[in-house]
Ligand binder design. Structure first.
Ligand code: PLP
Length: 362
């Protein structure tokens, strides 16, 4: 039996399709055309032409935008400004493990709201709010959620916005996978449905390359001013060179062609994973069938211990993320996140087969 290493821990883009040659050309062009600006200290909001481009895309004033070193840094900045120790922050359960860490570090008391097939259980959210547990922030990943792959339905999006307005809390919409839809129609973002209540975060990490560390937030003007001031006091300004490269890449029409390229590679990998799950796991676990993104989250039916599964997986060279990291309060023993973008179709099939065998053996 071939036991080559398979890493279901790799929730990252496939480096094989990084557009290295184009990025090198863009870097030269930026240094030639904007060298004095990008190599100097400057305004914290980001490389002005990229800020203007984002403003045009979202039809907002550019003062409402902060471009930072990736979107996780923005989650951290928001946390440091808005969360005092003991404050309540709502998250989806499961949610992105790094954001959970950031909120905990800021001293938040996390409350997990469960997910259903069409995203958040809004009745559970509503009930929590009715009971008087008001959050300062509600962090949500509505499109191809990390780690579950789920998408929040339109009707639920409208209800989330209505609740944010009624109970007066901020919705942090983290949306790095939104443009990676392999089929079906895009739904309106929470930002589009209620931008007064929403801080919308996105990133070029999954659309070009994470190493460029270029993510952004759009917030109401008064909030944006606070984010900008805090960021300036923390790191003066972001790397304009990286942001200039992203801007040049976009100006050359390469973002659109890159997106087509990514979908060409990732869409078949998603289908391969769904087929492999249908074939090997149908009586062992449950999952939703995403139309995009990076992940399928599966919930094992049997009551196995994560540590045992993890250890046994290691022995057959299969690397799994610890499902408990995506939950608050130690849940997640039965949850396994399966990323499919950075694995070949052969690795996906082999990995799912190996996982199914392990679960059966336990
Ligand atoms: C939901 C979510 N938010 C934020 C990030 C971090 O992205 P960035 O590289 O823009 O910091 C990730 C990365 O995996 C993610 O899945």
């Amino acid at each position: 039996m071939d036991l080559s290493e398979i890493k279901f821990t790799r929730g990252v883009p496939d480096p094989v399709i990084f557009p290295k040659k184009h990025l090198a050309e863009c870097a030269c062009a930026v240094l030639e055309q904007h060298g004095d600006f990008v190599l100097q200290y400057g305004p914290v909001g980001g490389f002005p032409p990229l800020r203007d481009w984002i403003a045009g895309q979202y039809k907002v004033e550019n003062e409402r935008i902060l471009i930072a070193q990736g979107s996780l840094q923005i989650v951290d900045t928001i946390s440091r400004i808005f969360i005092k120790p003991g404050d309540i922050v709502y998250i989806e359960e499961p949610s992105y493990d790094r954001s959970i860490t950031v909120f905990k570090r800021a001293g938040a008391r996390l409350v997990g709201i469960p997910l259903e097939n069409d995203g958040l259980d809004v009745d559970a959210l509503s009930e929590r709010l009715r009971m008087g547990e008001k959050p300062v922030l509600f962090y949500i990943i509505p499109d191809f959620q990390n780690p579950s792959g789920k998408v929040l339905s339109l009707e639920k999006r409208k209800r989330v916005i209505a609740l944010a307005k009624e109970y007066d809390f901020w919705v942090i919409e983290d949306s790095p996978y939104r443009k990676l839809r392999y089929k079906g129609e895009e739904l309106p973002s929470l930002f589009e449905l209620g931008h007064d209540s929403v801080m919308h975060i996105s990133s070029f990490s999954k659309l070009i390359a994470p190493g460029l560390r270029t993510g952004y937030v759009i917030a109401p003007l008064d909030v944006a001013r606070r984010l900008l001031k805090f960021s300036e006091d923390t790191y003066i300004n972001p790397s304009y060179l990286n942001q200039g490269i992203v801007h040049e890449f976009i100006q050359r029409g390469l973002l659109e062609t890159n997106l087509i390229e990514l979908k060409k590679v990732y869409a078949p990998r998603l289908l391969t994973m769904l087929d492999a799950l249908d074939e090997h796991m149908s009586n062992l676990a449950d999952w939703t069938r995403p139309d995009g993104g990076f992940f399928i989250g599966i919930l094992l039916r049997q009551n196995s211990k994560a540590d045992i599964l993890w250890d046994r997986a290691r022995k057959v060279n299969l690397h799994l993320s610890d499902g408990r990291g995506f939950f608050t309060n130690g849940y997640g023993e039965q949850f396994v996140r399966l990323p499919f973008c950075a694995l070949t179709e052969k690795e996906i099939v082999e990995g799912v087969e190996r996982l199914a065998q392990l679960i059966r053996a336990i």
